[in-house]
Design a protein around this ligand. Structure first.
Ligand SMILES: NC(=O)c1ccc[n+]([C@@H]2O[C@H](COP(=O)([O-])OP(=O)(O)OC[C@H]3O[C@@H](n4cnc5c(N)ncnc54)[C@H](O)[C@@H]3O)[C@@H](O)[C@H]2O)c1
Length: 319
């Protein structure tokens, strides 16, 4: 198939590009490199350095390339940035996405795979682990844009018959993650520990172990994107593990894995604790029964295994 991956120079998008290419698909990447990197872009992919808000240039690419599938990973991903500048956030995540939708209809794209966020969308959910039927309670402009985009997909399907699958990710980690963004804690801990800096575990006073999150390895996430090419029509599907891990537990796994490397073991420091930050969710964990049923997908890497692979990448070893 001929696939466009927007945001294909970023952390998750570039891993998805690699997975599609290894399955024999033809892949084009569009990315403005605002947080993505040149070195992440697979050389077998065609690359356009382009902002999805640039409608005229975007149209020329759609007209020329005639994609079968659009996989939309490009986004402004910082929750604090979305709070500080909701207009800019909506400009990229909503107006930019509308360009993609309009051009997908015009140039007869068969399906859009849209990347949403389970963690952000469900907020402080009462149902836990949270399933897709839980009513979204977005607590940030970033989460609102994801919810709005899902609703636009519903409309574009009803109005124009455009097929779609929404993948609602949990907290993704793995090779190429940079230490910022929605779920960068694994990368933050690794980077700071390696540099001999202090790490802080932010926690509510009644839960000193820290907040609970559902950490899913990027290679497993990429596999879900392969399955979504042919399955999951008109569905929103959680992609996580269903396992909640506290920040302290996560820190310990990262610490122990890094301590096996003689190069940096001497630098490692035990963590400090700090109070919760504004907007921190106490807990977030996704029910993944639907992904198993609809996509035939389940995560194959435990957190320990995924962290081991990520540490190898981080240290420049084969993983
Ligand atoms: N990291 C997570 O745990 C997580 C969780 C839930 C959802 N997501 C979603 O997954 C997707 C990828 O996130 P990521 O963690 O890989 O972040 P990332 O920042 O590495 O990837 C985003 C990519 O989009 C590109 N981009 C941003 N604005 C653009 C624009 N206007 N035009 C063209 N390209 C643009 C960036 O340069 C970058 O390469 C995003 O949609 C994000 O909301 C991520």
């Amino acid at each position: 198939m001929k696939i466009l991956v927007t945001g294909g120079a970023g952390f998750i998008g570039s891993n998805v590009v690699d997975a599609y290419l290894s399955e024999g698909h033809r892949v084009t990447v569009i990315d403005d490199l605002s947080s993505g990197k040149w070195e992440n872009i697979n050389r077998k992919a065609k690359f356009y350095l382009l902002d999805i808000r640039d409608r005229a240039t975007l149209e020329r690419v759609f007209e020329k390339e005639k994609f079968d599938i659009v996989n939309h990973h490009a986004a402004q991903i910082s929750v604090p940035m979305s709070v500080a500048n909701p207009q800019l956030d909506a400009d990229i995540n909503v107006t930019g996405f509308l360009n993609i939708l309009e051009l997908s209809v015009k140039y007869r794209v068969k399906k859009i795979i849209f990347i949403s966020s389970g963690g952000a969308l469900y907020g402080e959910a009462e149902e836990y682990p949270t399933s897709e039927s839980y009513p979204p309670k977005p607590l940030s402009p970033y989460a609102i844009t994801k919810y709005v985009s899902e609703n636009y997909l519903y409309f574009y399907n009803k109005q124009y018959g455009l097929d779609y699958t929404v993948l609602r990710y949990a907290n993704v980690y793995g090779p190429r993650q940079i230490p910022h963004g929605e779920a960068g804690v694994v990368s933050i801990f690794m980077t700071r520990l390696k540099e001999g800096k202090d790490c802080t575990i932010y926690a509510f006073s009644d839960e000193p172990e820290g907040m609970k999150r559902d950490y899913v390895y990027v290679e497993d996430v990429a596999k879900a994107n392969i399955l979504a090419l042919n399955k999951g029509s008109l569905e929103a599907i959680n992609i996580g593990t269903g396992v909640a891990t506290s920040t302290s537990e996560l820190f310990n796994i990262v610490y122990e894995t890094l301590s096996k490397s003689t190069k940096i073991a001497k630098n490692l420091k035990k963590p400090k604790s700090g109070p919760e930050r504004p907007g921190d969710l106490r807990r977030s964990c996704l029910n993944i029964a639907k992904a198993k049923k609809v996509l035939g997908w389940k995560p194959e890497n435990s957190l320990k295994k995924g962290i081991e692979k990520t540490v190898k990448w981080f240290l420049g070893e084969d993983y």
